[in-house]
Design a binder for this molecule. Structure first.
Ligand SMILES: Nc1ncnc2c1ncn2[C@@H]1O[C@H](COP(=O)(O)OP(=O)(O)O)[C@@H](O)[C@H]1O
Ligand SMILES: [Mg+2]
Length: 396
């Protein structure tokens, strides 16, 4: 996920994820063989071959890695592959995702726009998206007054991509699409439900907790799922055994004592990015890359929620509502509209806390063990002492 780990990507073995790789391969095959057209069985049943998959999961869990593995395989089967990475700075520029895809296709010589003819209709608004290439695009007489409608842009993007896929099957990998612009999402939704019969496949990756129900991508994913136009694959943490295998199979890893290895396995909690960074760091302080990641995670939370998490870090891995309430207010009863409940909800929504138990007895757990230490370190010492005192009282 970050540069230092990315460096090693191609040199180390991919651990686990066999089931996921199998599914991805199957989908790619199906699209390659039938162009993914509707498939008839006994002239009765038909099914749609999905032309896309979304890989979801936490940061560092291995989404990009898996997309790379499949891209390499597609390349070896003579697919053209276009990679695009979501960029927070570009999330306000309309259609940036697709502009980047097409520009990359042009730069990599996968797309020769000059070979397109008049039969490939490209709307004027589409041409405006690619000013550098206007001279190469086929001339179009523009008549329609409807050409500003997004549909014309989507259809033009589809035309260009299909044109590319006519030469060789085309795989488009859109990494970290939780950061794209709304117009790009709408176009993605349109494309994925209008690719049937063409050898074109899209892999998107995004962080699950970034795409909450209010995120513009969320409704598109739901709609595509309903149409069976995509698959979604959630990447779960690796097992302890897999993390151990990952550490030992990565080249240049420093030797580890057994207690240190056990500590890393516990701290990584199945996350390959954490495991690699911890192994490389060789000190007991939190590696900068992980600290930066946590800070960006916390930066998206309200002050109340951050405060709650800092307080809770004094209690260790998990805590219960009356206890955190006592620590916060020195009383254990929570009102229905208590801001503390909002803060807890917020932490749950962002996937920082996980709840378990029943209505009367809920326990909240930190999902990243390392975050507890990171939060704890941020509490000024005087306050830390006070919080410990309150925690002892609350737990009595
Ligand atoms: N199954 C795996 N086997 C080996 N290394 C992995 C595996 N999954 C992830 N990694 C490595 O862990 C790091 C984080 O993975 P990455 O794919 O960048 O995560 P994400 O895209 O989900 O944030 C990378 O260095 C990656 O190569
Ligand atoms: Mg990634």
């Amino acid at each position: 996920m970050m540069d230092s780990t990315f460096r090693q990507q191609s040199r180390s073995e991919t651990v686990g994820r066999e089931k996921e790789q199998r599914l991805l391969r199957q989908l790619l095959f199906a699209v390659e063989q039938q162009g993914g057209s509707n498939h008839e069985v006994d002239g009765l049943m038909t099914y749609i071959v999905p032309h896309g998959i979304f890989l979801t999961g936490d940061a560092g869990i291995g989404k990009t890695r898996l997309a790379h593995v499949i891209s390499r395989e597609a390349k070896s089967r003579r697919w053209s592959v276009i990679w695009n990475r979501g960029n927070a700075q570009e999330s306000n520029t309309a259609y940036q995702l697709w502009v980047n895809v097409l520009q990359t296709a042009f730069t990599q010589d996968i797309w020769q726009p000059q070979e397109m003819g008049q039969q490939h209709y490209l709307s004027p608004s589409f041409r405006n998206l690619l000013p550098d290439l206007t001279d190469l695009l086929p001339p179009n007489a523009s008549h329609s007054t409807l050409e500003q409608v997004p549909l014309h842009i989507w259809e033009s993007i589809r035309t260009a991509l299909i044109f590319i896929s006519e030469k060789t099957p085309l795989l488009i990998a859109l990494d970290d699409i939780h950061r794209a612009d709304i117009q790009s999402y709408d176009c993605l939704g349109y494309l994925l439900s209008h690719l049937n019969g063409f050898p074109l496949f899209i892999i998107g990756t995004y962080r699950k907790h970034e795409v909450t129900s209010s995120h513009p991508l969320s409704s598109i994913v739901v709609q595509l799922q309903r149409q069976h136009a995509i698959e979604t694959l959630h990447l779960h943490p690796l097992t302890t055994g897999q993390i151990e295998a990952l550490i030992s199979s990565t080249p240049d890893m420093p030797p580890l004592t057994n207690p240190r290895l056990q500590q890393i396995l516990a701290d990584a909690a199945g996350n390959p990015f954490f495991a690699k960074e911890l192994t490389w760091s060789q000190t007991s302080t939190l590696p900068r890359t992980i600290a930066t990641f946590f800070d960006s995670l916390l930066g998206e939370l309200s002050n109340e929620c951050q405060q709650l998490l800092r307080n809770a870090s004094v209690l260790g891995d998990s805590f219960e509502l009356p206890v955190i309430c006592l620590m916060t207010y020195e009383r254990s009863i929570v009102a229905d509209d208590d801001p503390l409940l909002d803060a807890l909800d917020e932490a749950l929504r962002h996937g920082i806390l996980v709840e378990s138990g029943s209505r009367n007895h809920i326990t909240y757990h930190f999902r990243y063990p390392l975050l507890i230490k990171h939060l704890y370190k941020k509490i000024p010492i005087a306050r830390r002492i006070r919080l410990h005192k309150r925690a002892v009282e609350a737990l009595r």
